[in-house]
Write a protein that binds this ligand. Sequence first.
Ligand code: 3PG
Length: 389
Amino acid sequence: WKTLDQMDLNGKRVLTRVDINVPMKDGVVTDATRIERIKPTIDSIFAAGGTPVLLAHFDRPKGKVVPEMSLSHVAPKVEEVLGRKVTFVDALDADAVAAAESGSIVLIENTRFHPSEEKNDPVLAKEFAALGDIFCNDAFSAAHRAHASTEGLAHLLPACAGRNMEAELTALESALGQPERPVVAVVGGAKVSTKLDLLSNLIEKVDYLVIGGGMANTFLAAQGISVGKSLCEHDLTGTAKEIMDKASGAGCEIVLPEDVVVAWEFAANTKHETVANTACPEDAMILDAGLAAVQKIVSVFERSKTLIWNGPLGAFEIEPFDTATNAAAKAAAELTKQGKLVSIAGGGDTVSALNQAGAADDFTYISTAGGAFLEWMEGKTLPGVAALG
Ligand code: 3PG
């Protein structure tokens, strides 16, 4: 794929697909990271004499015009974070785009208000294409969607990747494409069922696979260990066993918690105990990894050169069951600071868990992607990236 540097942007309208699908509460943007990440692209376009015309989705309006999901609510934050005036255009109207004040960013209304966006309808892609001269895709986190504004448009205009897209792809390539070995992957979260493809792909690619969170219980149960009332997908213990067998054949060491923190109810600061993973009482549930487990994970980090992290190690949203996640995240951040580890994290809850641990800033790279990060880790082709050539 091409980058912005390989395109002649002077005097051109650069139709830029961004992901500014930011969390919002009571009309206030609660985390502007995704907006911050598009600044280098916007600055590069202006520096080269072009005008950015932003295409983006916001939430899931399912092809209907839902006023609360209008991008006009996000526009003020875009102005504030990018430090430039934003001209909001609520229709696919080339004249309105052309009339925008020079020096301002143009922001087009939510692409998902059009029912044909998610169908990747070429008619809609053409209407988008009429608003610009060049297509720049800077939305890695929406690249797993083959939509008119991500995949379709790339075939209609000269296309390139934006700076954020470049940064994401470069970071991910350094983690699983051509990584420095040994590589350790941390995969946590509640359910094995949502991460089967991910685990199968990773055991072929990494040297150590640390499994944490509720998922680990299914792997413990697969070894005949009783997990009491813990979250556990008992119907998947056979699959977990197969994954463990395949991993040992592929030279990938699976790391499961040797001790666990158990409690009798899912509540913050409730009575809890640390026990060996074989000693979970029948009426208790595992909510975190124990200290010995954390020490083992940290020693694996110390032996590794590259870390890729997706998902928390315990019920990190309630104290003190965030302890293992926090401790492991801090250790990874410290090794990264010392130049001993390349650390990359992304996907869903992961970024908030690392932020909560105060570790995110020291990681080598934090992806802004949720589903796209996971699909990429699963080894899938992302249509938005593939269409860039
Ligand atoms: C995300 O938040 O992960 C992206 O913006 C994609 O959103 P979606 O899952 O609604 O397609």
